[in-house]
Design a protein around this ligand. Structure first.
Ligand code: V07
Length: 264
């Protein structure tokens, strides 16, 4: 009996990742997925490790999720790597975080290139340490001609700051006489944000049980579906990603059936 049960377990496994991927791909795939990668510090605390060990582990999840996003045919994956608020953290933690782009890219840039991934960044790079900026610029340059998944890192990003900068730019256009006040509409604002060239996110995922936006893509997320999970970012894996996308597809089915109807 035990033998039969064991055999059954190996012969009839849960539908494998590959099958789930095929299934998910046969339905509506979000063009742009944005993720707030929360819970790295908590993951480390639970293991009596320093917080930075959690950040480092979280980097491995970035690789994993980039791969599956690419496999699924997602066009843009935006990851909230460092917020304008994160400067309030202890200096040693900030120093460690600022080394992660360099480490990530020296380890994974070759495979990103092989996977046809294009690295991009939103946020203010002026305040980033030189070595961080350099690493990101090198990756952006070396992947500039790739036309697969856009892997968009939000670094020193804050949505209200982005909107304030956009307002300044638009006011300057008016002052220069390039546009009239009456030309200011939603689409003009969208096209002056840092994400102007990207589709709006269809799906926002936040890990680690927090149910807040924390100043992330406030304008761009106006129509997105939100998926919150208690899973901590270092534990977030391919199955978790598929869960979030399946949830998105279930919610979107109603809209898919009415041709041309916009999901509002
Ligand atoms: C960071 C790992 C993921 C969890 C969240 C906090 C820690 C990858 C990058 C990165 C950024 C730019 C880039 C290539 C990689 C990164 C920071 C933190 C600041 F071009 N992970 N990761 N950057 N964590």
């Amino acid at each position: 009996m035990l033998e039969r049960l064991l055999r059954k377990k190996t012969v009839v496994p849960d539908s494998s990742l590959a099958d789930r991927i095929t299934d998910v791909k046969s339905r509506n795939i979000p063009a742009h997925v944005a993720i707030i990668m929360d819970g790295n510090g908590r993951w480390a605390n639970r293991r009596n490790l320093p917080r930075v060990a959690g950040h480092h582990e979280g980097m491995k999840t970035v690789r994993k999720i980039t791969r599956i996003a690419n496999d699924l045919g997602i066009q843009v994956l935006t990851l909230y790597a460092f917020s304008t608020e994160n400067w309030k953290r202890p200096k040693l933690e900030i120093d460690f975080l600022m080394k992660l782009p360099g480490e990530f890219l020296s380890t994974y840039l070759p495979e990103l290139i092989e996977q046809n991934v294009k690295v991009e960044m939103i946020g203010n790079s002026d305040l980033l340490p030189k070595h961080t900026k350099k690493a990101i610029e090198k990756a952006m340059k070396e992947t500039a001609h790739n036309d697969g998944l856009v892997l968009n890192f939000a670094m020193n990003y804050g949505s209200r700051l982005e909107i304030a900068e956009t307002v300044k730019d638009i006011v300057a256009l008016v002052a220069d006489g390039a546009i009239a006040v009456d030309d200011i509409d939603e689409s003009l604002i969208s096209s002056n944000l840092m994400t102007a060239h990207l589709p709006e996110p269809d799906l926002l995922i936040r890990t680690s049980g927090e149910v807040r936006l924390s100043n992330f893509m406030l304008w761009q997320l106006a129509y997105a579906e939100f998926s919150f999970t208690d899973v901590l970012w270092p534990d977030f894996d391919e199955a978790c990603m598929l869960n979030a996308i399946e949830e998105f597809q279930m919610r979107n089915r109603r809209f898919g059936s009415v041709e041309g109807e916009k999901n509002v």
